[in-house]
Ligand binder design. Structure first.
Ligand SMILES: Nc1ncnc2c1ncn2[C@@H]1O[C@H](COP(=O)(O)OP(=O)(O)OP(=O)(O)O)[C@@H](O)[C@H]1O
Length: 242
């Protein structure tokens, strides 16, 4: 069974048709890249999957179960975690407490603080955040805050992770670190990942398949090699030659 399925999903904001009839599947354990120029509808799609905004039409299924009508917290407890393009930690809480919040109130809903701390400790290590566990989240570098968002999704027990531009604004070595972290986590924790990324090298390296959105519609989908060699992708990003 697919981990995530979109069937004819549409979203309009008044007169703006942000998404039209979008359909694709994500299999368990797959990394699917979502690609498209600014305004193509990528983040809107994440907001529909996580229940932050309702779809105007179509169906979103998580392991075959329709998500329509569920609140973001309910969808989170079904195992859907996300990061935000503009990071959203609890800025005054320490890094460790940001993660504890997820472990206590997320999908796994641990009730015991000590148990929750043990659960989060390994994830702090995996995301290279252990040395700043007692620091307020607002004092982390951008790279640290991006890793904290990913760590928070994991501490909550999510197994479908939606990554929204986790590499934006990072230096090339930080991008490489993030690539390594995501690949390692995906295989060690058997995560299913949908990733939006404008850093093409990262998307091409990580993704098993890529879905290209253009003006709210699926333009094409395929392996990274298929996508890299398709002239339509070049046209979408750089404009068709006249
Ligand atoms: N809350 C909203 N109200 C009105 N229009 C919106 C809203 N959210 C998104 N849009 C519009 O929907 C379209 C898709 O936006 P979206 O943010 O999903 O694109 P994107 O592909 O994620 O772009 P980027 O790569 O710049 O983040 C755009 O035209 C955008 O202006």
């Amino acid at each position: 069974m697919n981990h995530l399925s979109l069937r004819g999903v549409s979203k309009n904001f008044g007169g703006v048709q942000a998404l039209s009839n979008v359909s694709f599947d994500v299999r368990p354990g797959e990394i699917v890249g979502l690609m498209g120029a600014n305004g193509a509808g990528k983040t809107t799609l994440f907001n529909l999957i996580t229940g932050h905004i309702p779809a105007s039409g179509g169906q979103i299924l998580l392991r075959g179960q329709p998500l329509a009508g569920l609140r973001p917290d309910q969808i989170c407890r079904l195992g859907v975690g996300r990061t935000f393009q503009i990071v959203k930690p609890f800025p005054r809480l320490t890094v460790a407490d940001n993660l504890l919040t997820a472990a206590l109130f997320g999908r796994i809903g641990l009730r015991d603080r000590k148990q929750a701390m043990e659960h989060c400790a390994g994830i702090l290590e995996d995301l290279a955040l252990a040395h700043c566990a007692d620091m307020p989240a607002s004092e982390l570098t951008l790279s640290g805050q991006k890793r904290l968002e990913l760590a928070r999704a994991l501490c909550g027990g999510s197994d479908l992770i939606l990554l929204d531009e986790v590499m934006a604004g990072l230096t090339p070595p930080e991008v490489q670190d993030m690539l390594d972290v995501i690949a390692r986590l995906q295989s060690s924790r058997n995560l299913t990942i949908v990733i939006i990324e404008h850093v093409m090298r990262a998307l091409m390296t990580l993704s098993d398949r890529i879905v290209v959105l253009h003006l709210g519609e699926v333009l094409l989908s395929g392996t990274p090699d298929d996508i890299a060699s398709d002239p339509r992708v070049h046209d979408v990003y750089f404009g068709a030659e006249q």
